[in-house]
Write a protein that binds this ligand. Sequence first.
Ligand SMILES: [Zn+2]
Length: 403
Amino acid sequence: MSTNTIKLYDEDSYLSDFSATVISCTSKQNDCQETLYEVILSATAFFPEGGGQASDTGTINGIPVIERQEKNEIIYHTLTSPLTEGEVISGSINNTRRFDFMQQHTGEHILSGLVYKSLGYHNVGFKLGADTVTVDFNGTFTEEDIRRMEELANDTVFQNIPVIAVYPDKETLNALNYRSKKELSGAIRIVTINGVDTCACCAPHVKSTGEVGLIKVTSYQNYKGGTRLELQCGKRALTDYNKKEKNIQNISVILSAKIYETDEAVKRLKDEKLSLEAKLTTISVKLLSYKADSIPSGEEPYTLFDYEIQDNQLRNYANLVKERRNGIVGIFIPSAKDSSILETDETLEYRYVLCAKAVDVRPIGAELNRSFLGRGGGSREMIQGSITGDRKAIADFLKNYNY
Ligand SMILES: [Zn+2]
């Protein structure tokens, strides 16, 4: 039975290099049948996964630690090479990642404490990873609520209040009113930000709120009857700001609009686009009508290959043509809009419409599909589909069909 691992991060969350003695090293196989080594140390600066926060990364004797887990107060480090029991190792954690996590986590405590005090909502879910931080509350927010909480949280940062983590004795703990997501057992660590928050938490924190830097809620949405907030603190918030600033600067240059007026410029652009689309539709309708007028009237089957008609105009065009001829009309447009294949006699895939005023076109379409590996269907007066063939063979089919 091993003794509990001494958690060096409890005492000093800024400690990145440490020494400890190897208590045990056990080999195990992973799912890929590779041999890994599970190491227990007398003490560690590696924070294991816990309370929604991902674990620290780093090395022991230069070997990357690929997994960190805690079970019954013992922390297990998984390595790809073995260590010797009793040897003194030097461990090193990635302190850039650690400090980033500390900024996010303390930022979350500040926000959760303020939300609880002001709105009475509980933090019911927290996830802190390398890319995103989400905080779930069991209540809903207006935009105004969010901005007010954000402002109070940043005021707390400016006040630079100490963040204190202690293990109170049972009596003190019983008398204490603190936030906690679950029923806790064992020694309970309480993290206090005076006047803002008191919360049970096992994770490393910064030593005063000023180190959190900017606290920014970047999005919020309804989630399981409550709200899920996305949060960015400290350097992450700066990185996010920089990305968004770059984006808005690019938009500003493209639209020749001032930074704070880009939304108006985009709206104008969108309105212009809608108006142009409406004009284009009117012109297209006229164009179809002119095209249809140039088709000779008559009774005999008429086959037309057109390279200018768009897919969504095919049906309208067919209706116009149908009014001008009594016989069967077949209109074919190439599926591919690559201009190099237009006007070719090669085998192509065509979208088609077959229509007639007074003839049932369904059996003709069925035969057309059979002959040209096609598919499609429709009503007595009009069927639509696609086939593969060359222009001459398709035209011959409609000319020679036994009507
Ligand atoms: Zn916490």
